[in-house]
Design a protein around this ligand. Sequence first.
Ligand SMILES: Nc1ncnc2c1ncn2[C@@H]1O[C@H](COP(=O)(O)OP(=O)(O)OP(=O)(O)O)[C@@H](O)[C@H]1O
Ligand SMILES: O=P(O)(O)OC[C@H]1O[C@H](OP(=O)(O)OP(=O)(O)O)[C@H](O)[C@@H]1O
Ligand SMILES: [Mg+2]
Length: 285
Amino acid sequence: MSKLKIAVQKSGRLHDDSMKLLSDVGISIDNGKDQLKASAKNFPLEVFYLRNGDIPQYLRDGVVDAAIIGENILVEKGNDISVVEKLGFSTCKVSIAVPKSFKYKSFKDLEGKRIATSYPNTVNQFLEKNKISAQLHIINGSVEIAPNIGLADAIVDIVSSGSTLFKNNLKEVEVLLKSEAVLAASPLISASDEAILKRLQFRFQSVLKGRQSKYVLLNAPNDKLDKIISVLPGMRSPTVLPLAQEGWSSIHSVITKNEFWDVIDDLKANGAEGILVCPIENMVV
Ligand SMILES: Nc1ncnc2c1ncn2[C@@H]1O[C@H](COP(=O)(O)OP(=O)(O)OP(=O)(O)O)[C@@H](O)[C@H]1O
Ligand SMILES: O=P(O)(O)OC[C@H]1O[C@H](OP(=O)(O)OP(=O)(O)O)[C@H](O)[C@@H]1O
Ligand SMILES: [Mg+2]
């Protein structure tokens, strides 16, 4: 039987979350990451541990059928590769930053300047679109140090919390793109492997939806039910069950993590008691 070959970062920021997602969808992998590849025990999947930056080429050549990769690497090196599903972790930006002392007004101030980056294609796209001519210095790491050692006037690199920029006395001035980990597919994937990829994607979607949601249970007097139901959206409508105590009900519903605290405040204000909030492992809708 055919197996889907999936690339996962060997080590780095994507590795642990990628392996956790595979484990959360019930797939157990035989070997650790010291092996270059490992088979799943209970799903037709083979995991290849590779460098994030090398994965677009492996996808393009059909060496792997799919990958978990940073979207920013696809923008940089894999415009021809399709994103199947956004995965919600490793969120970051690719931004232009300049020394705090640089009186930056607009991207026109970059004309004729030296820009250090590990993402030359992303930078060139931006420069060409804005008709700016600048000199690129391509370096593989510690890009934020470049202005301080006189190598560049500006940098383009990944920004997440902003603390690396802060420590290096830099400020973010333009966001070129926003990125997160994605599930990507090879343009050469076979029909049978695509069918496996669809099954994997379906499992990813249900775990990711579950991660974004909470299951809420609460008790309320029956005369408050209408008010409470109006602040609980639920998947279809909330479940209402009678309690053993006369005149009281238990209400069950699902809410998203974003609206969580606002909804809890509203529930309390409307007379809810004994509110329980539980994580959801999978959500199949
Ligand atoms: N500080 C950060 N916060 C959030 N996400 C990040 C951060 N830095 C990088 N990422 C995301 O994680 C991906 C992997 O980053 P990491 O630094 O581990 O590896 P890399 O240098 O891109 O790749 P590799 O060495 O495997 O080729 C990046 O492509 C980006 O999408
Ligand atoms: O805005 P922040 O939260 O500070 O994150 C941004 C930093 O994180 C990444 O580096 P990483 O720590 O992955 O080190 P690396 O250069 O070895 O990849 C990136 O290259 C930035 O330097
Ligand atoms: Mg990094």
